[in-house]
Design a protein around this ligand. Structure first.
Ligand SMILES: [Zn+2]
Length: 256
């Protein structure tokens, strides 16, 4: 049994539907930025760390709320109780609470990410404040473990390397719950797995990953965590797939 809590660090918009997905819609795309708390055995695991606190130098979503610490407290968890932080990928909106005041915000946690994103972002985007302060600085503390493939950093936690959205994107399974990262960022990409998103590094690979994983997740019927949708289940709908939010099944804290 896996208990999961959705930690909605913030909700906001940084682009339009047209710019994000190339569709005929100039409205703002408003989306949640979620991390997930999961308990497996005796261990408490965090999947991604949200956008991070308001302010700072990074120009992404400057009006962010940064609620992750208070949501953790509401869940009865202190930062030093997190045993493992595992990343689906290393984009700015998934690593924001890695470091605070130059020290790891989760002081006793192992942090695990795929090497692909770390090497590419610290090479090509080294000037970005978040790459410097949340990725390179964390690595410099010796606390960030970079993996070259999938694996199991902890009993009950499985990581699979699924490049596409980024070169280092991973799907993380904790017990029966699968955290797919930005495999899909909007229900439109479930309905049409071929629909690209502007920030996908490799669009054909991202679409291929959806075509592989969405049928698998729908067949299993277990809970799925998607950072920009929440917690729910994937189901087959016509030629594509639909999203059934867990909130519509019961409460915000899930057992599966
Ligand atoms: Zn994202």
């Amino acid at each position: 049994m896996t208990d999961v809590v959705v930690l909605t660090d913030t909700v906001g918009s940084f682009t339009t539907m047209r710019d994000a997905f190339g569709i005929d819609d100039d409205s703002a795309w408003s989306l949640p930025f979620n991390a997930f708390l999961a308990r497996t055995g005796d261990a408490i695991v965090l999947v991604d760390t949200g956008v991070g606190p308001p302010g700072g130098n990074e120009r992404f979503l400057t009006d962010r709320a940064g609620r992750l610490p208070e949501l953790l407290a509401e869940a009865g968890v202190q930062p030093d109780e997190i045993a493992l932080v595992v990343f689906t990928h290393l984009h700015v909106d998934h690593v924001g609470w890695n470091m605070q005041g130059g020290a790891p915000f989760f002081p006793r946690a192992r942090y695990v990410a795929h090497r692909g994103d770390f090497e590419s972002f610290t090479t090509t985007q080294a000037h970005r404040p978040y790459v410097r302060d949340q990725l390179a600085a964390l690595h410099a503390t010796g606390r960030l473990e970079l993996i070259d493939d999938g694996g199991s950093p902890l009993a009950g936690v499985e990581i699979e390397h699924v490049p596409g959205h980024t070169s280092g994107s991973c799907i993380v399974t904790i017990g029966s719950v699968t955290f797919v990262g930005d495999l899909a960022v909007h229900e439109l990409q479930l309905a049409d797995p071929g629909l690209g998103y502007v920030f996908e590094e490799d669009r054909p690979a991202a679409a291929a990953a959806r075509r592989t994983w969405l049928p698998r997740l729908a067949a299993r019927g277990d809970l799925v965590g998607i950072p920009h949708l929440g917690l729910g289940r994937i189901r087959q709908e016509g030629d594509g797939f639909g999203w059934v939010p867990f909130a519509e099944e019961s409460a915000a804290t899930a057992s599966n």
